[in-house]
Design a protein around this ligand. Structure first.
Ligand code: K1U
Ligand code: ZN
Length: 168
């Protein structure tokens, strides 16, 4: 398994709209294993293929405290949603920035497995937040896009400062 490098905001490649996965082959299995390794190594609870510069519709997640509930969604679609929740979000592509985002509380998701089989899964709480965050990545959208222009300007300033400190 290999660790993949994660694109960082404002990299324009994060704005790419992913296309459906059509080939359920060994290369896909290798990609999934590498995304899984990359997510766990980065201490993330989710990772979309877009973030590792692969523009296909797949994402991985594990919102368990023990990191023992790995989930894979290929060609995910939200087929039902209910309620609203506000949760603080972070993003491996926007390091050091956290902000509250309002999203659906409960979801029913349809997706495919590595074997290409279609399944449906109900998600709520943090798992629902994470799935919506990762599906946004597949559409080229980032959680900072939900912030007001003022808050977004503050985020950009903080990132510039962080990056200046990284080089000194
Ligand atoms: O997409 C990503 O970059 C992964 C992201 C997922 C996510 C976290 C929190 C709310 C919504 C989506 C992360 O894993 S950020 C990592 C992190 O700092 C974190 C981990 C657990 C809970 C909260 C933040
Ligand atoms: Zn993210």
């Amino acid at each position: 398994m290999s660790q993949l490098s994660i694109l960082e905001y404002p990299d324009p490649r994060l704005r790419t709209i992913a296309t459906p996965v059509v080939d359920f082959n060994e290369a896909l299995e290798i990609l999934v294993n590498n995304m899984r390794e990359t997510m766990y190594q980065a201490n993330g609870i989710g990772l979309a293929a877009t973030q590792v510069d692969i523009h296909q519709r797949l994402l991985v997640m594990d919102v368990s405290a023990e990191q023992d509930d790995f989930m894979l969604f290929i060609n995910p679609e939200i087929i039902a949603r209910d309620g609203l929740q506000t949760h603080e979000e972070g993003c491996l592509s926007v390091p050091g920035i956290f902000a509250n985002v309002k999203r659906a509380e409960q979801l029913k998701v349809r997706a495919q497995s590595l074997a290409g089989e279609t399944f449906e899964k109900d998600l709520d709480g943090l798992a629902a937040v994470c799935l919506q965050h990762e599906m946004d990545h597949l559409q080229g959208k980032l959680f900072v896009d939900y912030l007001s222009p003022l808050k977004r300007a503050m985020v950009n300033k903080k990132l510039e400062k962080q990056r200046r400190q990284e080089v000194t």
